[in-house]
Design a protein around this ligand. Structure first.
Ligand SMILES: [Zn+2]
Length: 411
């Protein structure tokens, strides 16, 4: 692998996401993977690669705050029976697709481990930087328990390519949390309520006792990490927030109290609307069971209303997609769905600055500013006028720079 010393992107309108405006005719100089300078008429150091971006707009690389890079089939019960090496090969293709859609960083909330993060960091795999949480913690019969009612044995957690692991009781939950932290997790993920792609739970169930949830939060905080919780209903969301969970995943069925708590606790909401659309349209052909497919309706229509309610109140909202298997290709469609209730700039912030805040990487990711990772999108079109520009990367995304290297080039 070659390390690029310097790249100069010349003559573009550079988006300042915080200010919500373009700096016209600016250059961006990246040195050793980081942005060194932004301004007009910068001179290229010796040996720098010069990228002419006249007429284009430069945006920070996007962050998807809710993905499962190892969910290479929608049949999550089958995944643990696949060879991990085979899953890894599929994962390489999934993450490359994300990069080609402009995502230079993703937060994996179930499935990814230190291996895929390391492979990406070393350049063995071309894809977004992977911020991972290891396996989701689930109670028996919870959203991370993929067994049908007739199956008994659970797999040993480290053995297989599963998105979750089962642990019951305060002690076991603590051990599982510590084990994921031992394996390098940047955050922990718990299943705090029922879900769609799980065979034996109800969407309106709460999962884990308050004592168990508290134990996970305690373990995360002891390690200076935080907890993300899968939860749809107000009942599940509100109890998760009350015990100190920092990021609510999905939240399609929240109420006014949920919004109050999100604000009070300075927590984040990560809606994932595109996945319900995709599951309804194509889930069956990608391996989703008939029972799971029938559950999609409960959350499909409510999702947009929940986003609107939270956005209006000023909740910190992060971009998420949550796609499985062959449906990953719809990732960028999330931009279009959100624009039905949010202005383009807010949607952009959810995939850049606000997502960086969630990752505790403020100023390092999601901005085009000195000191940040040199992750840049060269875009033909104006996403502040029409966010749909980001929903069609094949047409509008001319190039992607990641860590100061041109990794996608459609010019
Ligand atoms: Zn998910």
């Amino acid at each position: 692998m070659t390390t690029t010393a310097a790249v100069l992107v010349r003559g573009a309108d550079v988006l300042d996401v915080d200010a919500g405006e373009y700096l016209e005719g600016n250059d961006v100089l990246a040195v050793d993977g980081r942005i060194a300078e932004v301004g007009p008429g910068l001179s290229a150091p010796d040996g720098a690669r010069v990228v002419d971006a006249a007429g284009l707009r430069v945006l920070p690389g996007l962050i998807d705050g809710h993905v499962h890079v190892t969910a290479v089939t929608a049949d999550l019960s089958a995944l643990p029976t696949w060879a991990p090496s085979y899953v890894a090969a599929h994962t390489a293709r999934v993450v490359r697709g994300m990069l080609e859609r402009g995502f230079t960083t993703v937060r994996d909330v179930g499935g990814a481990d230190f291996g895929i993060a390391q492979a990406q960091a070393e350049g063995l795999v071309s894809g977004p930087r992977v911020v991972f949480g290891g396996k989701s913690l689930s109670q028996t019969g919870g959203h991370g328990d993929v067994r049908g009612p007739g199956q008994r044995a659970t797999e040993e957690p480290a053995c297989c390519a599963s998105l979750g692991r089962v642990a019951d009781g305060v002690d076991a939950v603590r051990t599982a949390a510590r084990d994921e932290l031992r394996r390098g997790a940047h955050h922990l993920k718990v299943m705090a309520g029922g879900g769609v792609a799980s065979p034996t739970d109800r969407i309106d169930s709460t999962q884990y006792s308050l004592e168990e949830l508290r134990a996970v939060v305690e373990e995360a905080e002891a390690a200076n990490r935080y907890v993300a919780a899968h939860a749809y209903t107000a009942r599940a969301v509100n109890r998760a927030l009350e015990v100190g969970i920092r990021s609510i995943e999905h939240g399609n069925l929240i109420d006014d109290r949920s919004v109050e708590l999100l604000l009070e606790r300075d927590a984040f909401l990560v809606p994932t609307l595109v996945t319900y659309w995709a599951l309804k349209a194509e889930g069956r052909e990608h391996g989703l069971s008939a029972d799971s497919w029938a559950k999609v309706d409960t959350v499909l229509d409510a999702g947009l209303g929940a986003l609107e309610r939270a956005a209006r109140a000023g909740v910190r909202i992060v971009f998420g997609s949550d796609l499985l298997g062959g449906m990953h290709r719809h990732q960028a469609r999330e931009f279009r769905i959100r624009s039905e209730v949010q202005p383009p700039l807010d949607v952009l912030r959810s995939a850049t600055t606000v997502a960086a805040d969630l990752l505790r990487r403020t100023g390092e990711l999601g901005v085009v500013a000195p000191g940040a990772h040199a992750d840049l999108l060269l875009v033909d079109g104006d996403p502040m006028a029409d966010i749909g520009v980001l929903a069609e990367p094949d047409r509008h995304l001319r190039a992607v720079v990641q860590g100061g290297e041109v990794v996608v080039d459609r010019r």
